[in-house]
Design a protein around this ligand. Structure first.
Ligand SMILES: Cc1cc2nc3c(=O)[nH]c(=O)nc-3n(C[C@H](O)[C@H](O)[C@H](O)COP(=O)(O)O)c2cc1C
Length: 210
């Protein structure tokens, strides 16, 4: 029995599979399940367990990239890092001025070509740095180019240095055209300020989107 755990094969019936078979079916996700709900005796529903997830993110200075890779690793998700054709300035006043203006004006900058089969994902996780209490413009472009994503389960995480993420989540929902996000996560400059608290928040978020 030690090597077995509950694995749902539909929303209701529960089948017990050997752990080795679970790894075959779920890959990295099996580990998280063992640490999470299954260990506590809670039934895992199919949607939670098998949801194929794509993390779509923009990162200017590496914090969002750092978190996106951690989440992808934990839940076995794919990632798509968006890149604008015209890069935002990297330093000083120009960085805040042009980035902030672009966010406030809700610009949709052209993106470097990306190739992704959105139809094969049930869940999208958006990740972005908060800019002027708003989402970063490359996400706006992606959302405009892919209006069908509103039919998927959508979660989001934001990196910030102070405040504004809640407002930015509102802007994200507005631009997609949805009323709610399945889960949210807010971190303060997580690459530059690593902490156990951040790791726990990331784990909790992963359990919600798993
Ligand atoms: C143009 C610009 C605007 C920003 N606006 C905010 C803001 O409104 N609130 C905040 O807390 N941090 C703000 N920040 C800080 C970033 O959100 C924060 O450092 C984030 O962790 C950076 O993520 P990244 O490394 O993935 O780019 C801003 C940064 C830039 C460059």
């Amino acid at each position: 029995m030690a090597e077995e755990m509950f694995l749902s094969t539909s929303a209701k019936p529960i089948t017990i599979l050997p752990y080795s078979r679970q790894r075959e079916v779920c890959g990295a996700r099996a580990d998280l399940a063992l640490e999470g709900p299954a260990r506590n005796g809670t039934i895992i529903h199919e949607g939670d367990f098998f949801m194929k997830t794509l993390i779509i993110y923009y990162s200017h200075e590496g914090n969002t990239d750092f978190v996106a890779k951690k989440i992808a690793d934990k839940i076995g998700a794919d990632t798509l890092r968006l890149a604008p054709v015209k890069k935002y300035p990297e330093k000083g006043f120009a960085k805040f001025f042009w980035g902030g203006k672009s966010a406030v004006m809700a610009e949709t900058p052209d993106l470097e070509p990306y190739s992704i089969d959105l139809a094969s994902y049930e869940q999208i996780v958006f990740g972005f740095p908060v800019w002027a209490s708003n989402i970063t413009p490359p996400l706006r472009t992606f959302i405009k180019e892919n209006p069908g994503i509103k039919e998927k389960r959508i979660a989001a995480f934001a990196c910030q240095s102070g405040a504004g993420a809640e407002k930015a989540f509102g802007k994200l929902k507005e631009s997609i055209g949805i009323d709610s996000l399945a889960a949210t996560l807010i971190l303060i400059d997580p690459k530059d300020k690593p902490s156990d608290d951040n790791d726990k928040k990331i784990d909790d978020f992963c359990k919600k989107i798993f």
